[in-house]
Design a protein around this ligand. Structure first.
Ligand code: NAP
Length: 207
């Protein structure tokens, strides 16, 4: 798994927390944002980390983590899409509570709405419901009291790959279907719940 390169598009609180932990875990990282000079300074001390535009990052990486404001995700999706074909994409983006229009589409299922912006990718909703510092803390605990991270996809291979990546972060993936991802989106029972795998499985109703 560590031979995979990881691209993080949106390298603020959430993207940097995930990406810097993966860099420490031994993965090769490429980070993208708008201000690349500031980003170069931010990642300077990380091992095997580069900085590039969102498009160059989508072209380079085997696995992409999206951690953008939702409006930026929607705006960038058509440009990135050709480079993302067939790749694992982990979507951490949340809709803006001040923009309820998206939430009203697809029966209010943000994951399904987001997946439809990315046809042809191995789409997994992941990291969207856990706070950035909880991811860093869990990684640093090194496997003691791992943070449960809910993930959702209708692609079983994508789910298996996402589980392996999350395990490398010393966190515990808890998988469900895209249909059930509403349970961990904003307003759902498992949104911003930082707990054990056992408790998360109960909340999501999975084994
Ligand atoms: N913070 C959390 O704990 C947390 C937890 C779960 C999910 N999330 C979700 O993760 C996403 C990011 O949240 P955040 O808290 O990390 O936000 P943030 O700290 O404001 O970071 C946003 C990042 O996106 C980049 N960006 C914004 N517009 C862009 C564009 N048009 N093109 C390329 N890059 C762009 C920014 O780059 P510049 O700095 O160069 O502008 C920055 O690196 C949101 O959807 C949020 O709901 C966050």
């Amino acid at each position: 798994m560590k031979d995979l390169s990881i691209g993080v598009i949106g390298s603020g609180m959430q993207g940097y927390a995930i990406g810097s932990s993966l860099a420490q875990a031994g993965f090769t990282l490429m980070f993208a944002a708008r201000d690349l000079e500031a980003l170069k300074r931010k990642v300077a001390d990380l091992p095997r980390a580069k900085v590039a535009t969102p498009l160059a990052t989508a072209q380079f990486a085997d696995v992409i983590i999206l951690a953008l404001p939702y409006s930026a995700f929607e705006a960038l999706a058509p440009t990135l899409l050709p480079s993302l074909q067939g790749k694992l994409v982990l979507d951490a983006t949340n809709t803006d509570p001040s923009n309820p229009e998206i939430i009203e589409q697809d029966q209010g299922n943000v994951a399904r709405y987001s997946q439809q912006l990315l046809p042809g990718v191995k789409y997994v909703r992941a990291f969207s419901s856990v706070d950035f510092y909880q991811i860093v803390d869990s990684y640093q605990r090194g496997g003691i009291n791992p943070l449960a991270i809910p993930i959702a996809s209708d692609n079983s291979l994508a789910l298996e790959q996402a589980k392996a990546l999350i395990s490398a972060l010393h966190a515990e993936p808890v998988a469900t279907s895209l249909e059930q991802a509403v349970k961990f989106q904003r307003g759902g029972v498992a949104f911003r719940v930082h707990t054990t795998g056992k408790k998360m499985r109960e909340l999501l109703g999975v084994k």
